[in-house]
Design a protein around this ligand. Sequence first.
Ligand code: FES
Length: 237
Amino acid sequence: MHRRNFVKACAATAILVHHNPLLLAGGSARSQLYEPVRLVHRNGEPIRPGDLEPHANYVFRYPFEATPCFLLNLNRPTETNVRLKTANGAEYVWRGGVGPERSIVSYAAICTHRLTHPTEQVNFISYREDRSAAAEAGENLITCCMEHSRYDPARGAEVMSGPAPSPLMGILLDYDEQADEIRAVGVTGEDLLDRFFSQFEMQLELAYGGLGKARAPVQETATVVPLSEYTSNDMSC
Ligand code: FES
């Protein structure tokens, strides 16, 4: 192996092990690195943690052009090292939020029940903040309005209620403190990407002009937009 490739491979392994120490323990970890991409605004400027309005839904596409992800600033430090299980019993560890307050999290915006996800036309899944005085932190959940699965974004999108069999697939984020920038570097948890592309093959072909374009890896940067700009019809439960 050439030295440059060796160094790259070591860095990739370090990120992967950091995000999922079960790899070292030989457990059934479910993390996979993809092309690291910088999260940016529409104008190409990097997303800074301070740019993200607390409790607002933001969306970007990763690791493929057709796979939407949530980016959320929960406005408080998340829990760390949460041990989770996928539907088939594979264990993994969700390491927690990133950023100066460890409040920024990201998940595939794809419900693990029947893969409901936001499209340009309509959306049934999003993070909802309970603003009532009686609200507990755990009541700020990602909710899928199709059959009411609810996920806790402060605990790795663990399933709180409903028919979802697994937590939402986590997006691994890497925060560069010096540059004050965020990169998406991989995924963790249930890998539902193959199922997603096979279930929505026809729709994706039409929407993207071919499955190859829908499944093209996102490269270098991923543009983050408010959910309200990603979909024209955000349905609430
Ligand atoms: S598709 Fe989300 S709860 Fe059924």
